[in-house]
Design a binder for this molecule. Structure first.
Ligand SMILES: *[C@@H]1O[C@H](CO)[C@@H](O)[C@H](O)[C@H]1NC(C)=O
Ligand SMILES: *[C@@H]1O[C@H](CO)[C@@H](O)[C@H](O)[C@H]1NC(C)=O
Ligand SMILES: *[C@@H]1O[C@H](CO)[C@@H](O)[C@H](O)[C@H]1NC(C)=O
Length: 415
């Protein structure tokens, strides 16, 4: 129910006194719940102090009760300093190359100190990369040298250099500090390369230190259709959706199991490259960000959106692919978000800054004062300008019981 509907409810003449009171309480409750979502402001200097260790292990919330993810979409890396930039203002071309993309990754890492960096495909622009291995290593180098865990999926351009899609993913999983996986061990057959999930456990020392309380899914959304009668881009296949369904159900059982049995599922976030057809469900009246080009999804709908709605745990989906779209809209309880183009050798729009998306999940405090499960998930973007300006802060999801806490927090920030 939205605010307009709740106002209508208040005006209904046939309500008895007691149901009016109920309605008023409901209206107040909704107000408390949704107002903070509108006034949430990005605290540009906030960062988390603790970072997960670099060893190949599970991910974990920081001591400050946060888990922060930096999304880097469409780096389109090629040969480094000899590769020119595209779509800039006339004065900007001379001093610009792939090295500007590298510098932007470094700056984002320093500014946000994320717990995980996710590269959502078209990491390299294969056609212009002389050697895929050299190009991939250079593209991920800032993440590797930061010692922060990172994960990557494939786009539609990663295989256009000297390696196949399989070869690119095989190379990625061998690079230092990566949490990327080639494919799940237990899936007998799965389409694509780089379908996997990562568990994020609660704070060390809290009662959730050994339980996944935030689930991350990564999928290969393919490159191009191989079916002659279907033109255009690839899609997420039934084999991948079956793996997702089984994984989501397994994680749900684990979340509900002892100790500290929880109701339902831990929130899930999904990362892949090509947007779903459902990204076309919005206009500027119901998304945050901008839409400056069409939605380049597959020309068929393979049903992954419905599969996610049915699974019930997914709160948000993050893609790239359309560089000059950077919005987030909500459909049937799931936020569908673009990151906006990051790389300088990727098409963009002159005068419209390259950008990145940040997502932070925040835990609630338990009655005993320890860290509990996820209370809210927020997002914002940063522009590659002098001050790395943060824009479009919004709440992606919040636990309904934590409305008051959220209001309290936003009071601190806003008033
Ligand atoms: C690219 O990097 C160079 C060297 O730091 C800098 O002078 C230039 O302004 C950057 N270009 C853009 C478009 O950010
Ligand atoms: C953590 O959980 C796993 C199973 O999910 C269990 O095997 C292990 O003993 C647990 N470790 C601790 C320290 O509780
Ligand atoms: C967004 O608003 C438009 C009308 O402006 C409407 O057609 C569309 O269904 C809305 N989308 C969602 C997901 O609510």
């Amino acid at each position: 129910m939205n605010k307009e509907e709740s106002h209508k409810m208040m005006k209904k003449p046939f309500l008895s006194v007691s149901s009016s009171v109920v309605a008023l309480v409901l209206v107040l409750y909704l107000y408390l719940c949704f107002v903070p979502i509108c006034v949430f402001a990005v605290s540009a200097d906030s960062y988390s102090s603790s970072s997960s260790s670099t060893a190949k292990q599970h991910l974990q919330f920081g001591e400050n009760g946060e888990f922060k993810i930096l999304q880097v979409a469409d780096m389109h890396y090629a040969d480094g300093k000899t590769t020119p930039c595209v779509d800039l203002l006339p004065t900007q071309f001379a001093s610009c190359s792939d090295l500007n993309t590298t510098a932007f990754v470094h700056r984002m890492i320093l500014a946000e100190k994320p717990h995980l960096i996710v590269f959502t495909g078209d990491n390299i622009f294969g056609f212009d990369a002389t050697d895929a291995v050299t190009s991939l290593n250079a593209a991920f180098a800032p993440a590797v040298s930061s010692n922060i865990p990172w994960a990557a999926v494939l786009g539609n351009h990663d295989q256009e250099s000297t390696l196949s899609r399989e070869g690119v993913m095989k190379h990625i999983v061998g690079i230092k500090n990566t949490f990327s996986q080639f494919n799940p061990d237990n899936a007998h057959f799965i389409d694509g390369f780089g379908n996997y999930n990562l568990e994020v456990r609660g704070v060390e020392g809290s009662s959730f230190h050994n339980k996944s309380i935030l689930n991350l899914y990564f999928l290969d959304s393919g490159d191009y259709s191989t079916v002659p009668s279907i033109p255009g881009y690839g899609w997420i296949k039934p084999s991948q959706q079956l793996w997702f369904q089984r994984t989501s159900a397994k994680l749900r059982r684990a979340y509900m199991s002892k100790p500290d049995t929880e109701k339902g599922s831990a929130p899930g976030l999904v990362y892949f490259h090509i947007p779903l057809p459902e990204f076309a469900s919005f206009d500027s009246s119901n998304f945050t960000g901008v839409k400056q080009e069409g939605i380049s999804s597959a020309s068929v709908n393979s049903g992954f959106f419905t599969t996610m709605v049915e699974a019930g745990d997914v709160k948000a989906v993050f893609t790239g692919h359309d560089h000059v779209n950077d919005f987030c809209g909500e459909l049937t309880g799931i936020k569908l978000c673009y990151a906006g183009g990051f790389g300088y050798h990727a098409y963009g729009k002159a005068g419209w800054a390259r950008r990145a998306r940040v997502v932070v999940a925040t835990l609630e405090k338990t009655e005993k004062g320890g860290w509990g499960t996820v209370k809210s998930i927020k997002t914002w973007k940063r522009l590659d300008d002098q001050r790395l300006t943060a824009i479009d802060g919004q709440v992606l999801w919040s636990k309904s019981s934590s409305c008051k806490l959220l209001l309290y927090e936003s009071n601190l920030v806003t008033f």
